[in-house]
Design a protein. Structure first.
Length: 458
């Protein structure tokens, strides 16, 4: 067993942990520091880029940056990474409940999904409710307790209980199922509102141009993490899952496979579910234990299909689609900045992803391709390469895209999300209000945690 003594230890080499570590190397008199990553072969956490032999990169995890996400763009610039816009020239596709295909020119088909004035009014009310929440403490909102008692699904049903609003009701539930990767009966209304508040509105959350899916990274999103890792060098230990954290008034001892680290403080920068699997000695306070027990992650299947050419662009299509009833909930143009080869990104969310998990890979591929053919035409069947990732099957993630809060959790435990436990500090996109749930949120949380530990020791 190797023994190491440092000033600070970081658990997890996703964007939160890497950002914290990078910031710690840029303070006056940089401290001794180590990053422990469970994955044996890469950094990046929930951001994962594969590169083909021809140089084409495939983003299998977190992918996009958008306006207002200043932490993302700043870090990208520091690491010499350049962005390019997601392809948006042409029409996009909406698949209605009955399978009807609708082409639309807008960035997101609000007018098609909410054609009735009543449905649109509920959307506007939802947005207005979100604006009332304090960004950094939604659990302190005037109506927080009331909103946290009900699920998002129950609220939608109560607002759109007339049969004439069936389309709007399904649209709202489908959208939030796609965002949180769960059945919306599992989701607190307050959490849904918090996400909208954190992303500065529903439209920005769902849009490409001017929204959260606007920009991509040349070389793939993981290239930023790879550059940070190269700068940190041997401070990062891959294949080193943390099993136990012992803590007292003077220090922490982080015990991983074949390595024990003694440090002044530790930053735990992994998904809450995984943080809850670590053994803490002494036990964490009851509130923190129960918070970790109550922040589950959903299911998402992300599929990348590669073609010789981006043929949809020739048909004046963006490659973007949204479906109400089809299990393939959304698609995007996934091409590199050169536009060649053609790449489509497809998502299967929540209950649909769990159902797909019971199929064979061949059956899943056939279902995905059939859906793409229905939307975009027969060229979609000429797949050169099919790649898929079910994030719930990833040992060191166990779900995607980020954790959600069921009813009652934010109001009872929300104030503990960022609160250190003695010398244990917390990071991760779930702890951030700066575009909560995004890469930007992860980066911001790493910045905050790094400042916390430095300030605590100064």
């Amino acid at each position: 067993m190797e023994n190491v003594e440092v000033d600070f230890a970081v658990v997890g080499a996703g964007f939160a942990g890497l950002t914290a570590a990078w910031r710690l190397t840029n303070v006056d008199s940089p401290p001794r520091m180590i990053v422990l990553e469970a994955r044996p072969d890469r950094v990046g956490g929930r951001v994962w880029t594969d590169t083909l032999d021809d140089g084409t990169w495939l983003d299998k995890g977190g992918t996009w940056f958008g306006p207002g996400q200043e932490y993302s763009y700043k870090l990208a610039e520091e690491m010499g990474a350049c962005t390019y816009p997601t392809y948006t020239d042409g029409d996009s596709i909406l698949v209605l409940e009955d399978g009807t295909i609708v082409r639309y020119a807008e960035d997101f088909p609000l007018d098609h999904l909410f054609p009735a004035l009543g449905g649109l009014a509920v959307m506007e009310e939802f947005a207005a409710m979100a604006k009332k929440l304090p960004l950094d403490a939604p659990w302190e909102g005037t109506h927080a307790a009331e909103w946290d008692k009900q699920t998002f699904a129950a609220w939608v049903d109560s607002q759109l209980d007339d049969s004439s609003f069936a389309l709007a009701r399904m649209a709202l539930k489908t959208i939030m199922m796609g965002v949180f990767c769960i059945d919306t009966a599992e989701l607190s209304l307050l959490d849904a509102l918090y996400l909208i508040r954190s992303h500065h509105g529903f439209t920005r959350l769902m849009s490409v141009k001017g929204g959260d899916q606007q920009d991509r990274i040349i070389g793939g999103a993981q290239s930023i993490a790879n550059t940070i890792a190269s700068k940190l060098g041997d401070r990062i230990r891959l294949g080193t899952p943390v099993r136990t954290i012992k803590h007292d008034d003077d220090s922490v001892t982080v015990i991983a496979d074949n390595l024990t680290v003694r440090a002044k403080r530790v930053i735990v920068a992994i998904p809450p579910t995984l943080a809850g699997h670590i053994q803490y000695e002494p036990l964490l306070p009851a509130g923190r234990v129960q918070l970790l027990q109550r922040t589950p992650v959903g299911s998402v299947l992300k599929v990348v299909t590669v073609y010789d050419e981006a043929w949809w662009r020739d048909d004046d299509l963006t490659g973007q689609s949204f479906a109400l009833a089809d299990p393939v909930g959304a698609t995007f143009d996934g091409c590199t900045d050169t536009g060649t080869p053609g790449v489509l990104i497809s998502f299967v969310f929540g209950p649909n992803a769990r159902a797909f998990g019971r199929l064979t890979k061949e059956e899943r591929q056939q279902r995905i391709v059939d859906s793409l053919v229905k939307r975009f035409g027969s060229d979609a069947a000429d797949v050169r390469l099919y790649e898929e990732v079910e994030w719930a099957d990833q040992q060191w993630t166990q779900g995607g895209m980020f954790a959600h809060f069921p009813t009652g959790v934010l109001t009872n435990y929300g104030s503990l999300i960022q609160e250190p436990v003695g010398r244990i500090h917390w990071a991760g996109t779930e702890t951030s209000s700066a575009f909560h749930g995004s890469i930007n949120g992860a980066i911001e949380s790493g910045e905050r945690a790094a400042k916390e530990v430095v300030d605590a020791e100064s």
